[in-house]
Design a protein around this ligand. Structure first.
Ligand code: ADP
Length: 441
């Protein structure tokens, strides 16, 4: 059983590893396998794939349905991600402690309005068709959408599409000087076992970059090198002209703030005020200046009035925003966020991403590590793709998301709307963009 399960969860060869040294996603796959190993009759999973890369997510659902068939297992899965819910036989929507709808996957996922009204992200293909005013049975998947688009005679208008490309270019031209530079960076936690291999990259002031890759590909390690939490084993990392080998995390931290994946690993103070005031205080700023910075940071994350609250009594979304505010109070040029939307429901995810977008528009350079591909598609300007410690692709989101096969090779999957547009020969990144481009000849 153990060998079969390790194969299923892609942890073969890790038999002797101490679990605490595994990456977040590797740990989660291990936890799923350990429960599956007793072959229960009913298996409940509470957001089992939150930390997994997109193909990893699909695999868990694929493994789960195989177990269900072969072992006659009943599966109950709690999930925010609607693309994965397509695999279910039956879906229940809950709100305020009540079951408000119950039916088969297709009927439930076609109800775009209801999903929006209870804060769920609708599937993109049915939402597109609904917004186009299509009244018959809604297509669900990119393939079904593509067939329907062809049947109805829609095409992507080249002129409109060029307008979108022009605005990409305009944004790119507005970037300022280079802020972060990696030159032939290699990194090993254990001597002789390289984790990052010859990474070269330049990040400009004003960019919004997403770092993608399979679990364990080295994303977190990479971003920890950018604020001197880690030092390269060889090669150099320059941040605002400072070499991280010569400057410690206290100095680099002024320039680059790092929001941890789990806000609870970061929050330690008894009140929101003290948490956010910590960084300016330890930097020796005056009481007035500290107050000003806390006020400004709490305003930026919409948490005015929360100063006296105990952070641990807040919701996950609010704690995440406290964590962001505690970084903002240092007024860093660059903000790194590791999985900023994990564990949040759709409306909280949107709120968090709109907040990050605002910070970017106000001049902060943003780097996010994420598995949430719609977040990348709609918000990130550029994408860096990691595979086995190599930076294998680095460029504009639109150009990278065109390469579905390369991404698949890295265990990544583009959102449904992107996949649909790629089938049509162009790459759009959101439903809004698709609607702006679609034309019936
Ligand atoms: P990702 O963020 O892409 O999931 P990580 O950067 O967390 O990947 O991990 C990359 C690789 O480094 C993984 O194989 C992981 O097991 C290993 N690793 C991470 N932290 C440590 C550590 N402290 N000691 C040894 N190996 C580690």
């Amino acid at each position: 059983r153990i060998n079969n399960l390790l194969k299923l969860i892609r942890l073969e060869g890790f038999e002797e590893r101490e679990p605490s040294t595994l990456s977040g996603g590797q740990k989660q796959r291990l936890a799923i396998a350990s429960v599956m190993s007793v072959m229960p009759q009913i298996l409940c999973m509470d957001e089992p794939t939150t930390d997994l890369d997109p193909i990893g997510k699909s695999e868990v659902f694929e493994i789960a349905s195989r177990l269900r068939k072969d072992e006659n297992l009943t599966l109950i899965i709690i999930e925010h991600e609607t693309e994965e819910a397509l695999y279910a036989d039956r879906i229940i929507f809950m709100q305020d402690g009540k079951v408000i709808a119950d039916g088969n996957a297709k009927d439930m996922l076609s109800d775009v309005q209801k999903m929006k009204s209870i804060g769920l992200m609708p599937l993109q293909v049915p939402e597109l068709f609904q917004r186009l005013g299509y009244k018959e049975e809604l297509p669900m998947t990119p393939q079904e959408g593509f067939e329907k688009i062809n049947q109805l005679g829609y095409v992507i208008d080249e002129k409109q599409y060029n307008e979108i490309l022009k605005s990409d270019l305009k944004r790119e031209k507005a970037y300022r000087d280079t802020l972060i530079k990696l030159e032939d960076v290699c990194f090993s936690y254990i001597e002789g076992w390289p984790i990052l291999k010859n990474v070269n990259m330049e990040i400009k002031n004003g960019e919004f970059l997403a770092v993608l890759g399979q679990n364990g590909s080295g994303k977190t390690t990479l971003v920890k090198l950018l604020n001197a939490l880690l030092e390269p084993t060889s090669g150099n990392v320059q941040v605002c002209g400072l070499n991280t080998k010569e400057h410690d995390v206290f100095q680099i931290g002024k320039k680059v703030g790092y929001v941890f994946q789990n806000p609870d690993h970061q929050i330690f103070a008894e009140t929101v005020y003290d948490e956010v005031a910590f960084s300016p205080k330890i930097r020796g700023l005056s009481k007035e200046e500290v107050e000003q910075r806390v006020k400004e940071a709490l305003e930026a994350v919409d948490l005015q009035g929360y100063e006296k609250e105990d952070p641990f009594t807040l919701t996950k979304g609010e704690r995440q925003r406290v964590a962001v505010a505690s970084i903002l109070s240092a007024r860093p040029d660059v903000i790194i966020l590791d999985e900023p939307t994990t564990g949040l429901d759709y409306s909280e995810q949107r709120r968090m991403m709109e907040l990050i977008k605002r910070l970017n528009e106000n001049g902060h350079t943003i780097i996010i590590v994420t598995h949430s591909m719609w977040v990348v598609s709609e918000y990130a300007h550029k994408v860096a793709v990691m595979k086995n410690g190599n930076l294998i692709a680095y460029g504009k989101t639109r150009e990278i998301f065109k390469m579905e096969d390369m991404l698949k090779d890295c265990f990544l999957k583009v959102p449904h709307i992107v996949s649909l547009s790629n089938k049509m020969g162009n790459t759009v990144l959101s439903i809004d963009e698709m609607i702006a481009c679609l034309r019936r000849p």
